[in-house]
Design a binder for this molecule. Sequence first.
Ligand code: PEP
Length: 249
Amino acid sequence: MRKYFIAGNWKMHKTVAESVTLAKDLASGLKDCGEKIMIAPAFTALSAVADAIKGGSILLGAQNMGPEEQGAHTGEVSVLMLKDLGVKVVILGHSERRHAYGEDDALVNRKVRLALSHGLETILCVGETLEEREGGRLEAIVGTQIREGLAGVAPGLLDRVTIAYEPVWAIGTGKTATPEDADAVHAFIRTVIAGLYGPESAKKLCIQYGGSVKPDNVAQLMAKDNIDGALVGGASLKPETFVPIAKFR
Ligand code: PEP
């Protein structure tokens, strides 16, 4: 039976104390959950959340990372600092980074390669805006984000890469892609990966769906052949919503 990868992106929410409370509630609510689970608090709460989930199976994630190992890069957080805190997975290329902070595919690629070279897992986020979808450019946009995001990533490192398909118009809007639409894009993503790394790698690749995933729509999404997990924003901020999402079966 396949294991789903359910990840929570807490974005710019919660103080350290609130993050610890949420992490402890999730650790207790999910202790008998068989899926792969990750939570990504704000940088300021990583250390405290690491302590709160120590010894359990929830993986610690980060929401972003600088493109350099260390040095004079004011305001950035390095891969070495994340590893030092016990971070195992880093979310890269989130649409909020791309659209609000101008991150392009070349920058995302530098981060992906750096994270992988230091042994972190990465969640590479891709997805089209409504305008791009309606203009018939979905495949061109998502295909480019994958090809450029993974440029120079050796085949042996692909098992540490998850791709999150997150249509920008579905993030935080309450609009979800239909399971059929999401599955079709995930299938397209597999064909792009097959072209780059071969069919076996494409089959094994974990592809999450993200965009207004909630307890009442998660099961239909996860039932689709090409959907291997979820990247959850708003609904990851409360145990009442994240626990049932992670325990959808
Ligand atoms: C996200 O931020 O990755 C996300 C999918 O957010 P939401 O679940 O709130 O749409």
